[in-house]
Write a protein that binds this ligand. Structure first.
Ligand SMILES: Nc1ncnc2c1ncn2[C@@H]1O[C@H](COP(=O)(O)OP(=O)(O)OP(=O)(O)O)[C@@H](O)[C@H]1O
Length: 327
């Protein structure tokens, strides 16, 4: 890959399944060494995009280059230079952790002389060296995912694709997977491209593309996206919430509602607004807090949706149930 060329470059990429336009002419570029995240609800088109970039799906239109190679015309070159970690486990449960990696090393033609050393290196990186002789079927969900990440790294790819790397895992395990992803970025010269529908996880990315209904609706650093919302969230505890909501509407023309036991509303420059609130509200205030927008607020401001958040949670649950049923 010539220096200066993006690790991933996408130009007008689209994919249609019959009547469904899963991806609608998206454009973006990922810099070498970046952790780049695709954030969006289920069905937004994230997996379809990743599958096209990994050469597993042929685009209906547009073009994409990964590690400097065209995903249609130079499929084999792309495949040699990428690592993949999918949503659903693809390990062989009867093989040990180490055997799973050895099998993959042969598939990918990792030179024999280098295999043992590289296996040790990646297993140590994900904290599984001591468990290398256990069968993968006896690993916990988090250990399996870590083994899959190790496997994705084995042939020293330039770009590692992770499709929902932490879906179905408990919060503690999710946090530890992220710790490994961050360490990985320090240890290897690699670009990491991942999808997630967890807002808090997207915070870990250097940049995020927010995807909705097959399109990228926003792309920037988490900080810039949050700053772009332009409004802070103000929460007040009052002696009379109903009266406070009515007064906020009447005096300041702002829509407030009770959320988690406090009157909540959004306003530009929240800190500057608070003195006015105390002076003019006319309802006693017991406490006040001002917070900066979260990625939740960003997502809401671009997609107008909270319902699909709930759907995302429900389908998470479905996936876990299906996975449990398959075991
Ligand atoms: N092989 C397929 N055949 C038909 N429709 C498909 C196929 N794959 C995806 N779709 C549709 O394309 C749209 C985008 O799906 P995609 O899986 O890319 O979304 P996503 O954002 O990755 O969501 P998830 O996290 O649930 O996978 C959805 O409407 C989906 O139903």
């Amino acid at each position: 890959m010539p220096s200066g060329e993006p690790a991933v470059a996408v130009d007008g990429l689209s994919k249609r399944f019959g009547d469904v336009e899963a991806v609608r002419g998206i454009e973006f570029a990922v810099r070498p060494g970046e952790i780049f995240g695709f954030l969006g609800p289920n069905g937004a088109g994230k997996s379809t995009t990743i599958n096209m970039l990994c050469t597993l799906l042929r685009p209906s239109g547009g073009a994409a280059r990964v590690a400097g190679y065209d995903v249609v015309a130079q499929r084999d070159d792309v495949r040699r230079n990428i690592g993949l970690v999918f949503q659903d486990p693809t390990l062989d449960g009867y093989l040990t952790g180490e055997q799973n990696l050895r099998f993959h090393a042969e598939l990918y033609g990792v030179p024999r002389a280098a295999t043992a050393g590289r296996i040790e290196q990646v297993l140590r990186m994900v904290g599984l060296w001591d468990r290398r002789e256990d069968r993968a079927q006896h690993y916990s969900g988090g250990m399996k995912r870590r083994l899959e990440i190790a496997r994705g790294l084995l042939h020293s790819p330039r770009v590692l694709f992770l499709d929902e790397p932490t879906v179905g895992l408990d919060p503690q395990t999710r946090a530890s997977i992220w710790e490994y992803i961050r360490q990985l970025k320090e240890a290897e010269e690699i670009t990491i491209f991942l999808t997630t529908h967890y807002m808090d996880e997207a915070e870990n990315c250097d940049r995020i593309a927010i995807m909705d209904k097959g399109q990228i609706v926003a792309l920037d650093t988490p900080e810039a996206l949050k700053a772009g919302v332009g409004k802070d969230r103000v929460r007040i505890e009052t002696a009379d919430d109903e009266a406070a909501i009515a007064a906020i509407k009447e005096r300041f023309d702002l829509e407030a509602r009770v959320s988690e036991g406090a009157v909540t509303f959004s306003v530009a420059s929240g800190e500057a607004f608070v003195p006015r609130l105390f002076a003019e509200l006319g309802v006693p205030i017991r406490s006040v807090s001002v917070s900066r927008p979260s990625l939740d607020d960003v997502f809401m401001s671009f997609t107008g949706s909270t319902i699909r958040d709930a759907e995302a949670g429900a389908s998470d649950h479905m996936r876990m149930m299906m996975r449990a049923a398959r075991r």
